[in-house]
Design a protein around this ligand. Structure first.
Ligand SMILES: Cc1cc2nc3c(=O)[nH]c(=O)nc-3n(C[C@H](O)[C@H](O)[C@H](O)COP(=O)(O)OP(=O)(O)OC[C@H]3O[C@@H](n4cnc5c(N)ncnc54)[C@H](O)[C@@H]3O)c2cc1C
Length: 405
């Protein structure tokens, strides 16, 4: 609370203005005012305390499609959700992974069109600063014509949640006391908020190698999602590189052969980790070639074309080589954003939160539900995340009703 002046200085200023004829200060009126102010301060204090002690019915942690979708359903069910959207970090930003990408062509309900006009009509003007410029050169009949961009899509989801009464806090959750009832949720600012139920929707971040050139060419040829980006025009009939050697890498490489002229799989070992059947599918694909025992050391490109190739270094000798390519797809795993839970929820062998009931979003702790990529190491799409966000809110609503909360 801002401090507007000390009591002594208030008293002095009143005293200096209220003088008796014999110049003795009269303190009665200021004292009354101070007492009144103290009364109100006490009332405020109780109001604050009361609000803090009324536990939230549902807290949503995370601000991607899963979190906003959960918040939309929870607020429409009158659960008055509080959503923690997080703060910006290097690989994780409010609005989620879609905020790292440009056009999203596969989210149902958003065909290309004059998206900007719609977004600006729907999203509160004080957040327009956050919208990326419409992509250049995408016009029809003199109007912008493009598929919704990641930030636009999630801003629309956020607006929809706010419209139905979701309260949004721009803080990270750093701890959850899962033993306490209600749960105690601690934020990065040291705030502790109680909640009867929690929906964890904190996503998973794609792993990269950490090369400076990766950053330079993200969204201009560097991607971590073949299903999301593979069909984009920039990759069609061009040579592409997939980095990795597990099932995901092989699956992504096979998928990319539908569009690319050639797909190189760059793997640091002389054997793939992928299952035998997946390996066979890759090795028999005439458009695919594995580059064994090499790692990328630099992604090459320019402002006009984006990525044009990759420099590789051998892992067995000093040799190096260059592969011409218009895209580099990293498939070296994801890290689910669960550090703040410190192992308090059961996870699968890859660290993703485990759903404990089939086709439900229940976790190993009663009253905590998980949605989106943080619990899904298989699909990892915006629409599946939004779908499980809806499921988590419905599960939480039913669970709260069963508990009489
Ligand atoms: C470059 C790229 C392009 C993609 N393109 C597509 C595409 O075209 N189509 C598609 O369907 N999918 C695409 N995806 C995948 C899609 O973005 C994800 O599947 C989806 O965003 C997952 O949603 P989510 O809500 O589960 O989590 P996320 O989108 O990951 O959002 C979670 C967010 O929660 C917040 N958070 C995390 N931890 C905390 C905490 N402790 N406290 C508070 N907040 C926290 C963070 O801000 C985090 O960003 C793409 C992904 C990437 C990386």
């Amino acid at each position: 609370m801002p401090v507007v002046g000390s009591r002594q200085s208030d008293e002095d200023s009143f005293a200096s203005r209220l003088q008796t004829p014999d110049s003795k200060p009269v303190f009665i009126l200021p004292r009354l005012l101070i007492m009144a102010r103290e009364q109100f301060a006490d009332l405020n204090h109780f109001a604050e305390r009361d609000t803090r002690h009324v536990a939230e019915r549902v807290i949503v942690i995370g601000s991607g499609p899963a979190g906003w979708s959960a918040a939309i359903y929870a607020s429409r069910a009158n659960l008055n959700p509080l959503l923690f959207e997080g703060t910006p970090h290097a690989e994780m930003i409010p609005l989620g992974q879609l905020a790292f990408t440009t056009e999203v062509e596969n989210y149902a309900g958003f065909p290309a069109g004059n998206i900007r006009a719609f977004v600006e009509s729907a999203v509160d003007p004080d957040r327009h600063y956050n919208l990326p410029p419409a992509p250049a050169g995408h016009e029809r009949n003199g109007q912008p014509h493009y598929a919704v961009q990641g930030v636009e899509l999630v801003e629309l989801m956020k607006q929809q949640a706010i419209n139905f009464g979701t309260r949004v806090a721009g803080e990270d959750v750093v701890d959850v006391d899962v033993e306490a009832r209600p749960f105690k949720v601690t934020t990065g600012e040291g705030r502790v908020v109680e909640a009867h139920s929690i929906i964890v929707a904190t996503g998973a971040r794609a792993n990269y190698l950490g090369l400076p050139s990766e950053e330079t060419f993200k969204n201009r040829g560097v991607s971590a999602c073949a299903v999301c980006d593979g069909a984009l025009p920039r990759f069609r009939n061009k040579p592409l590189v997939v980095v990795g050697g597990g099932d995901s890498a092989v699956e992504e490489a096979c998928y990319l052969t539908k569009f690319a002229s050639k797909v190189y799989v760059v793997h640091r070992r002389d054997q793939l980790r992928a299952s035998k059947i997946m390996q066979q599918r890759l090795l028999e694909n005439p458009k695919a070639e594995v580059v064994w025992s090499h790692v990328p050391v630099n992604i090459v490109g320019n402002d006009k074309d984006g990525v044009t190739g990759v420099d590789l270094q051998s892992t067995v000798d000093q040799s190096a080589k260059h592969l011409p390519a218009s895209g580099v797809f990293f498939s070296i795993g994801h890290t689910p954003n669960t550090a703040f839970l410190k192992g308090k929820l059961e996870t699968n062998e890859k660290g993703y939160i485990r759903w404990t009931r089939p086709f439900r979003t229940y976790t190993s702790v009663e009253g905590i539900f998980a949605a989106g990529d943080v619990a899904d190491d298989h699909y990892r799409q915006a629409i599946t995340s939004a779908g499980t966000g809806c499921m988590a809110a419905l599960d939480a609503e039913r669970w709260l009703a069963e508990q009489g909360l």
